[in-house]
Ligand binder design. Structure first.
Ligand SMILES: [Zn+2]
Length: 306
């Protein structure tokens, strides 16, 4: 299967690379533990509120993963057994064009469809959380707000800033933007200033490599080109540590994980396939919110996939 990357055809390439398999490896855990998580949420909100400095709409914050002692981090089996937090992955938010392929439309969510999806999340009582909160929950069992969800946006598309950002703002939602640095400032992609603004506004910027090459093929200097330098670039832009990574195409292998750890990543995100039992924090699952999905279909997918 061809995975050569061209920025203008991201959606089509990814569409070709994946089928949507829904993975239910911890569904039973979700059912049994969901009430515990919900009960804990109220006290969590109170506990964290006292040290909270971010805007109230961001919800409770969480400790920097680096500040969590190693002996407080749960083993892989414990992490895997915790109910998964639903995580959505978006790419382009724009109306379909005649030349968009059938497959690409999974990765292109029309503006009105996007608004309805986000409205559904708000109406259903979902609270967006950010990666440090997710990390504290998975690693230490820290409580989360009720109905937590994480929204992620890959590939640096400009419409994420111009269309998605104001829509999320209406509901007080925050999100994670996984940026590939080669695109910064190009037409139809975000600028460095826009990425900084997203960060300043309380969203999280993560790394999505330099130019979207498949991590499974990296050798030697590729780790510098694809991970180290882009991380430094994003840290210079945001003035913050870059700690989270999304694998291009969701593709990873066990060899990549120590490389990411060495380079400061504390967690990494795949797509809908199963997590790695040894390293669940480096294979956190997301599902792509399809452009075909009505709010009801999105809701069903959230319930069934996590
Ligand atoms: Zn991507």
């Amino acid at each position: 299967m061809k995975l050569t990357y061209s920025p203008l055809t991201t959606a089509a390439v990814i569409a070709a690379a994946f089928t949507f398999s829904s993975c239910n490896d911890s569904k039973s855990a979700l059912t049994t533990e969901a009430s515990t998580a919900t009960e804990a949420a109220a006290s969590a909100a109170n506990a964290v509120a006292t040290t909270e400095t971010a805007s109230a709409s961001a919800g409770p914050s969480a400790p920097d993963p680096a500040s969590i002692p190693a002996n407080r981090i749960a083993d892989a089996a414990t992490i895997t057994a915790r109910p998964q937090v639903p995580i959505l992955c978006y790419h382009q938010i724009r109306d379909w064009r005649p030349r968009d392929s059938k497959g690409a439309k999974d990765y292109i969510v029309p503006v009105e469809q996007f608004k309805k999806q986000i409205q559904m999340l708000a109406d259903s009582g979902y609270h967006t959380i950010l990666p440090d909160q997710l990390y504290a929950y998975l690693a230490t069992g820290a409580p989360l707000p009720p109905k937590p969800i994480m929204l992620t946006f890959d590939d640096t598309d400009l419409d994420q800033f111009t269309v998605a950002r104001p829509e999320l703002e209406k509901h007080g939602f925050k999100a994670v933007y996984f940026v590939m640095t080669v695109s910064l400032g190009r037409p139809r992609y975000m600028s460095k200033a826009q990425v900084k603004q997203l960060s300043d506004e309380g969203n999280v910027i993560g790394s999505h490599t330099w130019d979207h090459h498949n991590v499974k093929k990296y050798q030697g200097e590729d780790w510098v080109t694809q991970i180290e330098k882009p991380t430094k670039t994003l840290e210079e832009i945001t003035g913050k540590d870059i700690k989270y990574f999304a694998y291009p195409f969701g593709l990873w292998n066990p060899e990549a994980i120590p490389q990411l750890k060495q380079r400061g990543m504390v967690a990494a995100f795949v797509l809908a396939e199963k997590r790695d039992p040894q390293d669940p924090l480096y294979t956190i699952r997301r599902i792509i919110a399809s452009g075909y999905w009505s709010p009801r279909t999105l809701h069903n997918s959230l319930v069934n996939s996590f």
